[in-house]
Write a protein that binds this ligand. Structure first.
Ligand SMILES: NC(=O)c1ccc[n+]([C@@H]2O[C@H](COP(=O)([O-])OP(=O)(O)OC[C@H]3O[C@@H](n4cnc5c(N)ncnc54)[C@H](OP(=O)(O)O)[C@@H]3O)[C@@H](O)[C@H]2O)c1
Length: 254
């Protein structure tokens, strides 16, 4: 099914925020390829949901902590683009996949730092590097950061500082891809009720209540609060937003 529709690739699209983004982007008329790490069943549910609203979709496996698997992934993805698009290119890359790390600085282990650095930073750098040649000029890269780069939360030092590195990387990316009219932006969600960190924001009543209390809009975030913002960045209306960090937190810890 070769079409001239735009195409978005979302890492970690099987659950949580990535899933919400995938559906919201599809509702903008864009075809969507999601990746998952282990949860193929959840990924297939997302694919079915997107197809039910009339857009093309597929799911591919990718462990973003394994940078040495990226060439094989890009080859597989290229094969999908060749079959499903008119010019074998994609338009939007959303680097979203990730896992949590909660550890005070005094306890954190080198392997934990390496793991978070691989998933949240190296994966963003090298997936972007490898996919830029496959992107249409005029497309966009959206990197998912966190409200924790602006506010401090003891136990999140490593996770948050790696996300800060992604924010800086994104500004440089915007500068380097401007000649191709490819925009690069960061979306930084506040605390959102997903499975992230064993669902602590959603399932721990004390944490949930605390976050609601320090949020101007008076509640914890939900996946629906995020997907539409990322989808907006994939529209023509957002063509002049570039090199920005957009926090989406309902006004958390203002
Ligand atoms: N939830 C929050 O409060 C919050 C706040 C700010 C920022 N964020 C950021 O938002 C992003 C998404 O978080 P979320 O809340 O949606 O988390 P989530 O509900 O736990 O979903 C994580 C997603 O990432 C995938 N994933 C996990 N480890 C992976 C790996 N090694 N390789 C490839 N994919 C992997 C999962 O795939 P499987 O389904 O196959 O496991 C799943 O699709 C993350 O970058 C996170 O840092 C979250």
């Amino acid at each position: 099914m070769s079409t001239t529709n735009k195409v978005a690739l979302i890492t970690g699209g099987s659950r949580g925020l990535g899933r919400n983004m995938a559906v919201a982007i599809a509702k903008k008329g864009i075809d969507v390829l999601i990746t998952y790490n282990t949860n193929s069943k959840a990924a297939e549910e997302v694919v079915s949901e997107i197809k039910s609203i009339g857009r093309n979709a597929a799911a591919l496996q990718l462990d973003t902590s394994r940078i040495n698997s990226f060439d094989a992934f890009v080859k597989e993805f290229t094969g999908w683009l060749q079959v499903n698009t008119a010019n074998s290119k994609l338009d939007f890359l959303i680097n979203n996949a990730g896992t949590a790390l909660y550890s005070p600085i005094k306890d954190v282990k080198e392997e934990q730092v390496d793991h978070i650095f691989d998933i949240h930073y190296k994966a963003v750098v090298f997936l972007t590097q490898k996919l830029l040649p496959l992107m249409n000029d005029g497309g966009g890269v959206i990197n998912i950061s966190s409200g924790l780069t602006r506010i401090t939360n003891p136990g999140s030092a490593v996770y948050a500082s790696v996300k800060t590195a992604v924010e800086t990387f994104t500004r440089y990316l915007a500068k380097e891809t401007g000649d191709r009219k490819i925009r690069a932006n960061v979306v930084a969600p506040g605390a959102i009720e997903t499975d992230f960190g064993n669902g602590r924001v959603r399932d721990n009543p004390d944490i949930n209540k605390h976050i609601a209390e320090i949020t101007a809009l008076g509640r914890v975030g939900l996946p629906d609060d995020i997907g539409g913002v990322v989808a907006f960045l994939c529209t023509e209306d957002a063509y002049w937003i570039n090199g920005q960090r957009i926090e989406v937190s309902g006004g958390q810890a203002l």
